[in-house]
Design a protein around this ligand. Structure first.
Ligand code: HEM
Length: 264
């Protein structure tokens, strides 16, 4: 019994990011069960979350951060048709899927560990985006923060019911729900959720970027180390050769080579 009480809690590795044990899961620490259920229930009230995510991203890319147009391949697309572009449309779909998966893991299947891993994996995967690899937090600009801040102000009003989703009149009747949470409660829960998403994505992104940059500089160093090594080898061989020559030279004078008569 004593042994199990004394057990130290080991850190474990999730992918390439070191994260603490389950007691350190920020989703567990930051949101209780009822709050996590509220996230899922209010997300499920949305008629077309992808449409909302698309509108918010279009504002970000078109109005707030036009530098991102190139990243999403919409330099020449008008705002209204942006979401039809494969890269931009793909990101909206992936972003919405992430929200769906996370709210389900947190508030339905109770897979809080899975939700944490998924967010960290998403943060790490963004190092593949050259623009972010080079620019994220370089001149004090945090692109993840920019996105999440906008979701806090623009997405939350839809889950609280303060803003109505744009949808056909017929569909509107289908989505009338009993309001079992106050607007303030939903607002607070979603803000905390988005802030955990942000901090975990930024942290796992930074860790992965540092890891990859270190690996790159190791690779860049290696050829130099090879040259040094072969130079050292060459020098050793030369030293050995001249040593042999010298010792041979210092030997007693060799007897003149004897010539024998050709027997034939
Ligand atoms: C891919 C989410 C911010 C650019 C993805 C994926 C997800 C995602 C779930 C697909 C799966 C993956 O690669 O892991 C998010 C979230 C963000 C965010 C939650 C904010 C917190 C950004 C920002 C940029 C960006 C700021 C641009 C600078 C991309 C690109 C892809 C991608 C280019 C690949 C899309 C493709 O080729 O289909 N993102 N993202 N993301 N993200 Fe983000």
């Amino acid at each position: 019994m004593g042994a199990s009480l004394c057990k130290t809690k080991k850190k474990k590795q999730v992918g390439s990011s070191w994260v603490g044990n389950e007691n350190e899961n920020p989703f567990d620490l930051g949101l209780n069960k009822r709050e996590r259920v509220c996230l899922r229930e209010t997300y499920m009230r949305l008629h077309d979350p992808k449409e909302i995510v698309g509108m918010i991203f279009a504002d970000i890319v078109f109005d707030l951060e036009p530098d991102l147009k190139k990243v999403f391949g919409v330099e020449r697309a008008p705002k209204a048709t942006m979401s039809k572009m494969p890269k931009f449309g793909g990101h909206i779909a992936r972003f919405t899927e992430l929200l769906d998966q996370l709210t389900s893991m947190l508030g339905f299947t109770d897979n809080v560990a899975g939700a944490w891993q998924l967010v960290r994996k998403t943060g790490r995967s963004h190092v593949r985006q050259t623009f972010l690899e080079q620019n994220q937090n370089q001149l004090g600009k945090n692109y993840f923060q920019l996105v999440i801040d906008n979701f806090i102000t623009e997405f939350i009003p839809y889950v609280t019911g303060d803003k109505e989703e744009p949808m056909p009149e017929n569909d509107k009747k289908k989505v009338r729900f009993a309001q079992n949470y106050t607007t303030g409660y939903i607002n607070d829960v979603w803000q905390r959720f988005f802030n955990i998403l942000l901090s975990q994505m930024v942290d796992s992104f930074e860790m992965e970027r540092t890891k990859q940059r270190n690996a790159q500089s190791q690779k860049a160093l290696a050829p130099h180390q090879h040259v040094e090594q072969s130079e050292r080898k060459k020098r050793k061989i030369q030293e050995k050769a001249s040593e042999i020559e010298n010792t041979a030279g210092s030997n007693e004078p060799r007897e003149p080579e004897q010539m024998f008569e050709d027997p034939f």
